[in-house]
Design a protein. Structure first.
Length: 453
């Protein structure tokens, strides 16, 4: 709407809208006072912050307990705040990274779930309802008698009002949930770990049954992590678009675009970027040997009839063949051949969070941190460090065998599994391997050929 259209609106309408907004702000503040009192009585922190976009100009944030941490639930509107106050949020805790809530007192756990493979939640609920097409609420199993003589109940269906409220407006509203009740929790901090263990074990066992008997694949839903804004270089913001000057090979490019599309699967994304680099291993793993052989053949003193000189030639070729069979060597050769150390250093330092993470020992990933301040020291080329870090994570992804005494170095690595906290911590390493794959693609690019002819 432009200014001329604004002028056409009667003053009475503007006055009514201003009055409505003023009343909504007053109602929001009144509801927040109620929220503040309830949170204070339950030892839950809440605060009011300036939004700057909402009509009320403020949003309420409640920090619900989540083990030793907190999960913030953001309430943007008067309707959402009113809905949140309608449930007994005080008796619930959040469970780890999941969109889940638990009541220790009542012995209940509920977690959001979703179907995989393109199925809709409505279709999944209908299939779970059995032959009665009117049943669209899912299914409830007969209580299972556990060792502690409590009858544990399990149900899959539409989510409760409590779960929908506790998820908050920042996350997609759940369409399905898995509920367990009559659970017994240990005392103290172990109760939080036990609750997470209950839903993971029950879900894994029951979802396997459903997949094998009804071909219905379900998954626990995790709360999406806040998007980390990427730094955009000034030259990228101001440089005009131009017609591309180079083109890239189709096969490694398809691997790169596959990696870009798998943002919800960090392990698969890391491996796809790694495969872009791996595609060029043959081109770079023999470069050193080619240079040494070329120099040997150019030496005026080299004689084809000399057994000694031929032996030198064979030795170079044999050493190159032996080295090229080692994947770590091939990766290092490719990274060295395509990445400049100074460019790599700038990439690592251009964002403080990235630099901090990659140069510190992370408790989850347990890989060697990069050392940026050892320039010129022997065996500390930054490219070699990066290649070693990428290779270590690659081994952690592809090797799922348990650590065994006497196993080789790669087998001693603790594996990474999907949906684990370790997998979720790969963000900066994915940025690193993505940068390396881009450099490799650029190094292998050729001038763009005519599109016609």
């Amino acid at each position: 709407m432009d200014d001329s259209e604004d002028d056409d609106i009667p003053d009475e309408v503007w006055a009514l809208e201003a009055e409505r907004i003023q009343q909504e702000e007053a109602d929001f503040r009144e509801k927040y006072i109620v929220l503040q009192k309830r949170c204070g009585a339950a030892n839950i922190s809440c605060r009011l912050v300036d939004d700057g976009e909402d009509f009320t100009g403020q949003v309420a944030i409640v920090s619900l307990p989540n083990g030793r941490e907190k999960r913030e639930v953001v309430l943007y509107s008067l309707d959402t705040l009113t809905r949140f106050l309608s449930v007994e949020f005080e008796k619930y805790v959040i469970l780890g990274d999941y969109q889940a809530c638990c009541s220790y007192k009542e012995g209940t756990v509920e977690v959001a779930i979703r179907p995989l493979g393109g199925s809709s939640a409505e279709g999944a609920l209908l299939r779970l309802g059995g032959s009665d097409r009117s049943r669209r609420e899912g299914m409830t199993l007969e209580p299972h008698s556990a060792e502690n003589n409590s009858d544990i109940g399990l149900a899959i269906g539409k989510p409760s009002e409590e779960l929908c409220c506790l998820v908050g407006e920042d996350n997609p509203a759940p369409k399905m949930s898995l509920r367990l009740w009559n659970l017994a929790f240990p005392a103290g901090e172990r109760s939080h770990i036990a609750a997470i263990t209950y839903i993971e074990r029950a879900a894994n066992a029951f979802f396997m049954d459903l997949d094998m008997t009804r071909s219905l694949a379900l998954q626990l839903v995790k709360a999406p992590k806040p998007l980390r804004l990427q730094l955009v270089k000034k030259r990228q913001e101001t440089s005009p678009f131009r017609f591309p000057m180079h083109e890239f090979e189709t096969n490694p490019s398809s691997l790169y675009w596959y990696a870009r599309s798998t943002t919800a699967m960090p392990l698969q994304q890391f491996l796809a970027y790694y495969q872009v680099i791996e595609y060029y291993f043959p081109a770079y793993s023999h470069q050193d040997a080619q240079k040494r052989i070329r120099n040997l053949l150019k030496d005026p003193a080299f004689r084809f009839e000399s057994d000694t000189d031929i032996t030198k030639l064979i030795s170079i070729a044999q050493a190159a063949h032996k080295d090229s069979r080692a994947e770590r060597y091939q990766l290092t050769s490719t990274v060295r051949g395509c990445l400049a150390e100074d460019d790599l250093r700038r990439f690592l330092q251009e964002e403080e969070d990235r630099r901090k993470f990659l140069t510190s020992r992370d408790k989850l990933l347990k890989v060697d941190p990069l050392q940026l301040n050892r320039r010129g020291a022997p065996d500390t080329d930054l490219r070699d460090q990066v290649a070693n870090r990428i290779y270590t994570i690659r081994c952690k992804i592809v090797h799922t065998k348990s650590t065994m005494e006497g196993a080789d170095e790669d087998a001693q690595l603790a594996p990474l599994f999907p949906f684990s906290p370790e997998a979720q911590a790969l963000g900066f390493d994915i940025e690193l391997v993505r940068y390396a794959s881009q450099r490799v693609l650029i190094a292998a690019s050729i001038p763009l050929k005519p599109l016609y002819g």
